[in-house]
Design a protein around this ligand. Structure first.
Ligand code: ZN
Ligand code: ZN
Length: 249
C-alpha cells in the first residue's frame, strides 16, 4: 500500500463503499474491480476472491450477486452485478423501457436459436422495428439495437449481431431455462460459449480465446476427442469460415 495515499476505509465501511461502487458501475472489467477494491479497502489484488465473497454476502439479501465471465475472444474477465430473481431479464442492471426489453428478448431468441449463433444486422433492425411500436423509423430501431450492443447485451460486428458478454454473465440462467437445447459450453474452460469453433468429430465447442491457447502447438486438436480441428466450423458473429449461404445483408 502506498503510504502517501489516503488511508483506506476498513471493515464494514469499506465493504459498503465497494458495494456502492459495484452498484453504480454495474458491468466492469476485472482490472477495474481490482483497482476499486485496492483503492477502497487497501487489499492486495490476491485478496479479490475474499472481497467478492464478502460482497456477495452483502448483496444476497437484495437478490443481487456479483458474477463474472470470460470475454470469449480476448480472455479478459468481466464482472456484473446480476439479479438472482426468477426473471433476471425484467430486472436488468440497465433501466430500459418495456419495448426495449421486448426487443432484447426477441433478438436474443433469434440469435440463440440460430444454428450459427448470429443474425444479420439488417434482419435484427427489421425485427426490432416490428417489436417496438415506438420505433417509427428505421433509425429509431437501429438506435435501440446499437444501445443494447453498447451496454453489452448484444454485440454487433461486421454486420452480424450476436450475444453480448454481459448477457452471458447476467442472463445465462434465463437463456438456459428458455432455450436449454441451444446452450453451448466450451469444453476447455466450461463457461457458456456464444462464439468459437465446433469440433467436426464430436461437436464439442471451444471459445476463440481457448482455441488460441491450445493452438501454440502446430495443430489444434479437440480437448474432448483429440481429433484434429483443422476444418472446424465457426459460430457466433463475424465467422468467416462459416458455410451457410445466408449473407449478412
Ligand atoms: Zn473456453
Ligand atoms: Zn472433438
Amino acid at each position: 500500500m502506498d503510504v502517501d495515499e489516503e488511508r483506506p476505509a476498513s471493515g464494514a465501511e469499506a465493504q459498503r463503499m465497494l458495494v456502492q461502487w459495484c452498484l453504480s458501475a454495474q458491468y466492469f472489467s476485472e482490472a477495474e474491480l481490482h483497482a476499486a477494491a485496492e483503492r477502497i479497502t487497501g487489499d492486495a489484488a490476491d485478496e479479490l476472491q475474499a472481497t467478492v465473497e464478502s460482497m456477495n454476502g452483502a448483496l444476497g439479501p437484495f437478490a443481487l450477486a456479483l458474477r463474472s465471465g470470460m470475454e470469449q475472444t480476448t480472455g479478459d474477465r468481466r464482472w456484473a452485478v446480476v439479479s438472482t430473481s426468477a426473471d433476471p431479464i425484467s430486472a436488468l442492471g440497465t433501466p430500459y423501457p418495456p419495448a426495449t426489453i421486448a426487443v432484447l428478448r426477441h433478438l436474443l431468441e433469434l440469435v440463440v436459436t440460430d444454428d450459427g449463433y448470429a443474425i444479420g444486422l439488417h434482419h435484427a433492425v427489421r425485427e426490432a422495428a416490428a417489436k417496438c411500436p415506438a420505433a417509427t423509423t428505421r433509425r429509431v430501431a437501429e438506435d435501440i439495437v446499437q444501445r443494447l450492443a453498447d451496454d453489452g447485451w448484444l454485440t454487433v460486428e461486421s454486420q452480424w449481431v450476436g450475444v453480448g458478454q454481459r448477457a452471458c454473465i447476467e442472463l445465462q440462467p434465463y437463456l438456459a431455462d428458455a432455450y436449454p437445447d441451444c446452450m453451448k459450453t466450451c469444453c476447455l474452460c466450461k463457461e457458456m460459449a456464444t462464439r468459437g469453433i465446433v469440433c467436426a468429430a464430436c461437436a464439442e465447442v471451444l471459445h476463440p480465446h481457448c482455441a488460441e491457447r491450445l493452438e501454440s502447438a502446430a495443430a489444434l486438436s479437440c480437448p474432448a476427442c483429440r481429433q484434429r480441428m483443422a476444418n472446424s466450423e465457426s459460430f457466433g458473429p463475424h465467422r468467416p469460415s462459416r458455410q451457410k449461404s445466408e449473407t449478412p445483408l
